[in-house]
Each structure stands twice: as structure tokens, then as C-alpha cells.
Design a binder for this molecule. Structure first.
Ligand SMILES: Nc1ncnc2c1ncn2[C@@H]1O[C@H](COP(=O)(O)OP(=O)(O)OP(=O)(O)O)[C@@H](O)[C@H]1O
Ligand SMILES: [Mg+2]
Length: 399
């Protein structure tokens, strides 16, 4: 054995020992996130789509249990209470049982544009409104996984991972077994794991075989999702910031695309390149027997500070460029979001870090943005569609 190989092997053994020590320290079930989110009568009513008066009436008539009360008499509801209210009043915000989940890829090949932040916040937004959500973290960096309180290190010896499901070298093929619970009762996650990068190399290696092997490599995620698509309303995909086999799997599995673009000159220009690359990649997928057809494509301005030099102009340019494909509201850059994500939380899970008014403004802004995305999602379900005829991409194309 050469000196180099034996040195590397020694380092590997040393790393394995350290890994086991890290695992025993990192994975402490008692440290897991506990959700502490409650709602007053007005917020609760809004989230279930009724007026506070309607809820009060149902409580008075005994159709709903009376709400919990704090020591000072203020009434409040928990997430579980909201679920009970929906069940009792027959409120079904999601798809019909026989319909498929809408699979939204939050996709941009550029790094740091807000993909994971949007994925986490949109998942929480949907869960608050009673939707069943599956988040699939396809990025080996695992930021979304961490925000759902799973440490990728804890999955090291786990066989049932996304990486193993995707890898043609692995025999693990029951996608549903890679799904984990989160602190949110109606959000599940397929976490990223350290082996995801290896899986991408294994998928890429099929290029040498060509034909059927490449097609299967491009469709792995799509096939996995198909096996659970009736169980969720919305499936969110958080891809890595690069185009490779993982990114292609995400594009092949998605049924709708949300493209985050910050209001910065460089990101704007790289998005032009991105749109081109998307089109090229769709052609690659088609050439390998994997046609895709998105129900919607929307660009979202993912960080905007109107007072920053140049950003207001960028926002105007984005509106002129993307027209109807751009969500009408930009996501404002906010210390609230920054602070929350640094603590691995969404603002929906955290308390105001500065004034309540600033926090509420940030929340209202995100809600307005996600209301628009939800509208697109709903239109994909025939049972809920308010669309009139022409498919979105053709019908509402930039005028
Ligand atoms: N609206 C916002 N206001 C303030 N900070 C934001 C906002 N959106 C995202 N950020 C911050 O920008 C940084 C990058 O965001 P994020 O990790 O979501 O990007 P990403 O596209 O997923 O990156 P990567 O390509 O590395 O996966 C994070 O620190 C996040 O907190
Ligand atoms: Mg990310």
C-alpha cells in the first residue's frame, strides 16, 4: 500500500471514530424543537377561513370545544385546535383524495438567492392553513433539513435515505421509508444526508451506460414522489445551487416552478442565464425520454430593500421583464427573517426579534407573497380550480 493510500485510510478511521463521538453528542432527542405557536381568535379564524363570529357561534352551539384560556382570560388556539376546528366544521383546504400533490421546485442554480428560506417559510405557511406538506431536501448542504431540526449527521448509518433511494448502486427503493416527522404535525420531510453527494456521482456515472440507465437516473425522484403523491397536498423541493443530476431529478419531478431572484443586478443577470439553462435542461430531459410539463412557472423577488441604491430600479426592471410571470409582491429583505433562519427557524415559529410592528409587517409581506403561490397551486387541482379554460402558462403569458 502506498504512503498516500495508507495515510488516507488512517485519516478515514480517525474520522469514523470522531463521527461516532459526534453522533452520540449531537443526537439528543430531548433537544428536539418543540413548537410554541398559538393564535388568538381573530388569527385562528383567518387561518381556518371563517370569521371570529362564526367560530364563537359554533362554540356557543357546542359544535366546537371552547378555546383554551390564559390566566388573564385571553382565549387562544394551538395548531392541533385548528385541525380539530377544520374537522368539526368540515373545512378541507387541500386537494381531493384522488388528486395528486402539486410538486413545487424552488429552483435557481445560483447560490444564496433564498431557496431554502422560501422552502421552509412556504412549508410553514401552508401547514398553518391546514395543508399536508412534504419537504424534500435535495441539497447536500442540508440547510432546510437543519431548519426542520434534523441533523444530517444522525442519518450517517441510516440506510433509508434520499441518497440511497436515488443511487443506482443501492437496493433501497421504498421512498416512503425515507420520510421523517417534523415538529409540525402536518409537515413531513425527506431530509438531505451526507450520502446525497455520492448519490449524485452514482447517477452521473450512468452516462457511461447511456440509454435506459440515464433515463432511470433522471426519473428516480419522480418515481419516488409518485409513490406518495396522494398523501400530500403540496410537495416542496429544495435543490442544490448547481445543475447536475440532482438538479435534473428535481426538474423532472416538479409540476410547478418557483424561481427566487433577489433584486440585485448580478442575480438578475444570472437569472437570464438560468432561464436559458432551464430550457436547455428540459430539452435534455426530453431527449432522454423524460418530458416535463409545468402547470406554472413564477419568478419571485426574494430579497428587496426599496431604500437600497439600485434595488427599486431592479424591481422595476424585473416587473418589465417577467410581467405576469413575476409575483406581484416582492419578499422584503428583513432582519426578522435573517435572525429567525440563523436560529434555524422560520418567522412563523419565532417571536418578534425587534418591535412587534416590524415582525407583523414581515409576516404580512410573506403571507401576501405565498397567497399568490397558493393560488397557482390550487389551480392545479381540478376540484379547486377557478381557472377558466386555457392552461396558465399559455393563457397568462406576459402580454
Ligand atoms: N427576505 C430575506 N431577508 C433577509 N435575509 C434573507 C432573506 N431571504 C434569505 N435571507 C438570507 O440569505 C441567506 C441565503 O438564503 P438561503 O440559504 O435561503 O439561500 P439558498 O438559495 O438556499 O442558498 P444555497 O444556494 O446555498 O442553498 C440566508 O442567510 C438567509 O437568512
Ligand atoms: Mg439552500
Amino acid at each position: 500500500m502506498s504512503y498516500t493510500v495508507s495515510t488516507l485510510r488512517t485519516m478515514t478511521r480517525s474520522c469514523e471514530l470522531m463521527r461516532d463521538r459526534v453522533k452520540s453528542v449531537v443526537f439528543r432527542p430531548e433537544d428536539r424543537k418543540v413548537l410554541d405557536v398559538t393564535f388568538g381568535p381573530t388569527a385562528a379564524a383567518e387561518l381556518v377561513g371563517r370569521t371570529p363570529e362564526a367560530l364563537a357561534k359554533a362554540e356557543k352551539e357546542g359544535r366546537l370545544a371552547p378555546p383554551k384560556q390564559l390566566g388573564n382570560g385571553r382565549r387562544y388556539y394551538t395548531l392541533e385546535d385548528l385541525t380539530q376546528i377544520r374537522n368539526a366544521l368540515n373545512i378541507h383546504p387541500g386537494k381531493a383524495a384522488d388528486e395528486d400533490a402539486v410538486v413545487v421546485a424552488v429552483q435557481n442554480f445560483k447560490g444564496g438567492v433564498g431557496k431554502s428560506t422560501i422552502t421552509k417559510h412556504f412549508a410553514d405557511y401552508l401547514a398553518l392553513r391546514g395543508f399536508n406538506v412534504l419537504v424534500i431536501d435535495c441539497d447536500p448542504q442540508a440547510s432546510t433539513t437543519t431548519m426542520f431540526d434534523i441533523q444530517p449527521e444522525t442519518l450517517i448509518d441510516e440506510e433509508r435515505t434520499l441518497g440511497n433511494f436515488l443511487s443506482p448502486r443501492s437496493t433501497f427503493d421504498d421512498f416512503s421509508q425515507a420520510i421523517h416527522d417534523t415538529a409540525w404535525p402536518t409537515i413531513k420531510i425527506v431530509p438531505s444526508s451526507l450520502g446525497l453527494q455520492d448519490a449524485e456521482w452514482d447517477l452521473t456515472a450512468t452516462l457511461q451506460e447511456g440509454g435506459q440507465a440515464v433515463r432511470e437516473s433522471l426519473q428516480r425522484l419522480r418515481i419516488g414522489i409518485a409513490s406518495v403523491t396522494k398523501d400530500f397536498d403540496v410537495i416542496l423541493l429544495d435543490p442544490p445551487p448547481a445543475m447536475g443530476f440532482l438538479g435534473l431529478n428535481v426538474m423532472a419531478a416538479a409540476t410547478g416552478l418557483l424561481v427566487p431572484v433577489p433584486a440585485r443586478q448580478l442575480d438578475y443577470l444570472s437569472t437570464i442565464h438560468f432561464m436559458d439553462t432551464i430550457a436547455e435542461n428540459i430539452e435534455i430531459l426530453e431527449a432522454h425520454g423524460t418530458p416535463v410539463d409545468y402547470g406554472f412557472i413564477r419568478v419571485v423577488c426574494s430579497t428587496y430593500t426599496p431604500s437600497k441604491p439600485g434595488e427599486a430600479d431592479m424591481w422595476k426592471m424585473m416587473k418589465a421583464t417577467y410581467a405576469n410571470f413575476l409575483l406581484s409582491q416582492p419578499i422584503l429583505a428583513s432582519e426578522e427573517i435573517k435572525n429567525a433562519t440563523q436560529a434555524f427557524r422560520s418567522i412563523y415559529e419565532s417571536k418578534p426579534s425587534a418591535s412587534h410592528a416590524t415582525y407583523q409587517r414581515c409576516r404580512d409581506n410573506l403571507n401576501a407573497v405565498f397567497d399568490e403561490v397558493l393560488q397557482q397551486v390550487r389551480e392545479q387541482w381540478p376540484s379547486q380550480s377557478i381557472a377558466t379554460g386555457t392552461p396558465d402558462l399559455l393563457g397568462s403569458a406576459a402580454a
